[in-house]
Design a protein around this ligand. Structure first.
Ligand SMILES: [Zn+2]
Length: 174
């Protein structure tokens, strides 16, 4: 990775952080906004820790790596659930999903055990496609995507995400 590429990644992270600050209402118990820590990933997006220490830590897939089957199937699954997702870039959709995890953290059923459910999914020894589908249907995963899809229902929000996508495309064109 050369310096030009690193600079582009930093700029992408910067505009994304700005987008998160302007578009989320997440506040801690004292009413202060959460600090957002974003880092770049060359694989898939993931929430490193949600709402701990007044901080949201998200690892985001800077490169639209469609070779990654989880990402590809995640997008396909989201589009199946709502056509609005079709107009979104992979990056936006993954970002909104991770934000969805933060926004829906209080809606997860109290008896839900993510580790146990994950172990169950992996114990079935099914093909990876079915396994991914089961993963997307886990309560927290489903809620996160649903939050993203609902957010996209709003025309003003669609304009906002397009603006972010435009800003990012400008960074990578130069
Ligand atoms: Zn997720």
């Amino acid at each position: 990775m050369n310096n030009v590429e690193i600079e582009k990644i930093c700029k992408t992270i910067y505009v994304t952080k700005k987008f998160i600050k302007e578009n989320t209402s997440l506040k801690d118990s004292n009413g202060n906004p959460y600090k957002v820590v974003l880092s770049a990933s060359d694989t898939f997006a993931t929430l490193l820790s949600s709402l701990k220490h007044n901080c949201i830590r998200i690892k985001i897939n800077i490169f639209e790596d469609m070779k990654n089957t989880v990402t590809k199937e995640f997008c396909r699954n989201a589009i199946m659930r709502n056509k609005n997702a079709e107009n979104c870039s992979v990056y936006s959709l993954c970002l909104l999903h991770e934000l969805g995890h933060c926004e829906t953290v209080n809606n997860i059923p109290k008896n839900y055990d993510r580790i146990k459910s994950m172990n169950q999914i992996f114990s079935y020894n099914e093909n990876i496609k079915i396994r991914n589908l089961r993963y997307f249907c886990l309560p927290d995963e489903y809620l996160a995507t649903q939050w993203a899809l609902n957010w996209l229902e709003n025309a003003e929000n669609q304009r906002r995400i397009k603006k972010l996508e435009y800003e990012i495309s400008k960074i990578w064109q130069s």
